[in-house]
Write a protein of this length. Sequence first.
Length: 526
Amino acid sequence: MVLPVHGEKGRVIGFIDIGTNSVRLLLVRVFPNQSFTVLSQRKEVVRLGEGEFETGELQPEPMKRAVLVCRMFREMADSFDVDEMFTVATSATRDARNKRKFLRMLRREAGLDVKVVSGPEEARLIYRGVASGVNIGNLAFFIDIGGGSTEVIAGEQHEYHYLDSLPLGAIRLTHKFLEHERGIVSQESYARIQNYIRDSSIRAIQELKKYQFDMAVGSSGTIENLADIAVYASEGRPRTMDDVMTYTQLRDVVDRLCSLPLKERRQVPGINPDRADIIIAGAAIIDTLMGELGLESIRISDRGLRDGLLVDYLTRQSGGYPVETSYRAQSIIRLGRSQGFDEEHGRHIANLALQLFDSSHENGLHSLGDLERELLEYSSLLHDVGVSLSYSNHQAHSYYFIRNADLLGFNENEISIMAATALFHRKKFPRTKYPEYAALNKEAREIVCYLSVFLGIAESLDRSHQQLVEHVQLLPEGKKRARLNLYSDHGIPLEMWGVEYHHTAFKRVFKRDLEVCRIEMEGIEA
């Protein structure tokens, strides 16, 4: 989608992060030179994950609280004449069986189109947000403790080396170990929590121990509040952004919090009373990981996922146009190469598919935009990735790989579109009787219909993998026909025959019959 050109007043962009414990809003004004100013930041505790870890479903009252806050945030954004909103949901929504009901409520009652991000994508966004606000040096350990999950990352200033999302969160662990605990927390109870954390994060700990960290950075309300308590205890003052929390200070805070019943815990200097019931479980996570990794201190960042959304947005701007981010492209190629895909063939198919997309767009055959074009390119690159399992029904294997590979930089809807495009590019026209297609929303279904036709035709034009068709062009011929020009100096009967399989699908999508013509390249101006 091409963004409107604004004057010096810039564009107002809103970002909302719907977490397990709280909902956060960031409103910024972005100027043409890609500088920006923050207009508003808000955070409201909604405890969306309350009751979910027992039932596997989001509960009615937490959903209502979250929707109410999101509607308030949407109205606030509208008061600033917001141009564009980006809303994501994380662990609680991601893991809930009834997440679609919640997403429908948000769309209907708050006017928000919410994208659910995967655990690794959540970790990447947190990394981008935090790393953009701190001077890293060489290599840093990043940790963000949420209500339902904990994200851990090893990274430099502009590149991560490892990231993971652990099923450990302050609300999740409180429910599992301290749900009805209102008194002191014994050493035995705390040790049980730590043992569970070690068992659940053993793979991540093993990977992280391979790195030599120069510093550690913690984000999220839990870590910020633990640092607030630590500074009050040692310095008798509010925490500043320059303060660090040592492991010794953290252990002192843990001992003190565990020794107090909930009522007295709420009165500890520096604590957020609303967090007193879940802070011990959250503290156990950072305590355990700092101990296992031998970290002596940790810096505190007030940045997080919503800031990562802003960094991603700015990265994807170039003169007002969205452009491919390196994370998205690298993630696609990484998946393909991990399965030994035919990269040369994939790139040629992507080139042909984009020529079909561009020429038909220029001549009014469709109105899809830059985002859909980007998804077509990536779908084309990975369309044969499933061959590594078996050539037979490889489009279904490609769907599985794309859908389940935790591709970074993409939201759930974009991944679903790419996977479905790869699935339906071979003859089969998308219909709601296929569950992969039925699971898409109405807009995504329409996109898949167009993209799968472009990809299907492009694939048919390189069946020999010899790149005999060098250039293609799709043009309207009156109101009832379209002409596909194939530019090649070779005889291409196999390729022209292959296009025949897509005539029916083409007519259903474009409402036109398709005529195929071969044109020799010789004599054509470059």
